[in-house]
Design a protein around this ligand. Structure first.
Ligand code: ZN
Length: 313
């Protein structure tokens, strides 16, 4: 997060725009799952974090439109217990608590919080993060010892080069333990100094067995990130926000790339960005189904691939 964006125009009412989800949203999402032969789903890209931090994230989105120049109302601005309840009501049986530092000295605090949260929340896959700083490899090793099963890296918010030498031992540990890393490394929705496919390509050239989960399918450089997935069989992609009407307006997924989603069907995973989405969860699920890639593909993406990757029995 760099310069403060100008406040968005709230219009004559002065009120923030709101997202209206259907009253029976949970039932509708579960019906969609039943329709493709699933009882439940897994969401690899959700954000639970310490309250002071989440409040800051929400304040950011309130002012924003920064990323896209558009208002970004938070659809699920609920207290934590209610947020968990709503997510579970959709039939989500496992999810993550992805956090990411924007400066040094924060990661251990976040990792401690995630460990406590997962201990109290058995359906949350214990998540962790890191920052290029002295001691990073030590606290990453500790997080792994304590049960972290997925990591998150955010290249734009962190404003660091993933190829920074201070991270070499971190990547080494994550590669050796085959721990998935959800990495937001694409240029969208907001570019950073180090974002883009070439940075990730360089990282993979150095750590070719890294289990990366490219967030947002690498938005907007979908084809380049699909190329990376073709080249590196441990590279996965999450669907977070992609294919929705909201994202199609700014970064449409090229129809020419659609069949490639079938070619690597075992490495595409559903993600939502819950709760920080400017539309109902149902829209994200429907956007996947609207691709019309078949019930088997839907089952893989909405459940089976994440179950395998995150080792959920
Ligand atoms: Zn996210």
């Amino acid at each position: 997060m760099t310069a403060q964006p100008p406040p968005i125009d709230l219009g004559a009412s002065g009120r923030r725009p709101e997202v209206r989800a259907p009253a029976d949203e949970a039932e509708q999402v579960r019906d969609r799952l039943t329709g493709v032969g699933l009882e439940q789903m897994i969401d690899i890209h959700t954000h639970f974090m310490p309250k002071p931090m989440l409040d800051k994230v929400w304040a950011y989105f309130d002012q924003v439109g920064p990323l896209t120049g558009r208002p970004w109302p938070i659809a699920y601005r609920l207290d934590e217990a209610e947020r968990l309840h709503v997510l579970r009501s959709f039939g989500v049986r496992a999810f993550t608590s992805l956090t990411y530092p924007h400066r040094p000295g924060m990661a251990t605090w976040l990792n401690d919080w995630c460990a406590s949260f997962a201990a109290a929340t058995p359906d949350c896959v214990q998540s962790a993060t890191f920052y290029p700083e002295p001691g990073a490899a030590a606290y990453v090793a500790q997080a792994l010892d304590r049960g972290a099963r997925v990591f998150k890296a955010h290249v734009q918010v962190g404003d660091y080069d993933p190829n920074d030498a201070l991270l070499d031992d971190v990547w080494g540990l994550l590669q050796e333990s085959a721990t998935p890393v959800v990495i937001h490394g694409g240029h969208g929705p907001a570019p950073g100094r180090f974002t883009g496919p070439s940075t990730i390509a360089r990282l993979l050239a150095r750590f070719p067995r890294l289990v990366l989960v490219v967030a947002h399918l690498g938005l907007p450089d979908y084809a380049d990130f699909l190329d990376l997935a073709d080249k590196h069989t441990q590279v996965h992609l999450d669907t977070t926000m992609v294919f929705t009407e909201f994202t199609e307006q700014s970064s449409p997924f090229p129809p020419t790339q659609r069949s490639r989603l079938l070619d690597i069907s075992e490495r595409i995973l559903f993600g939502s960005d819950y709760p920080n989405i400017p539309y109902p969860y149902l829209s994200a699920v429907d956007a996947i189904l609207a691709l019309d890639l078949g019930a088997a593909w839907n089952r893989s993406v909405l459940h089976d691939n994440a179950a395998r990757l995150l080792r959920i029995a």
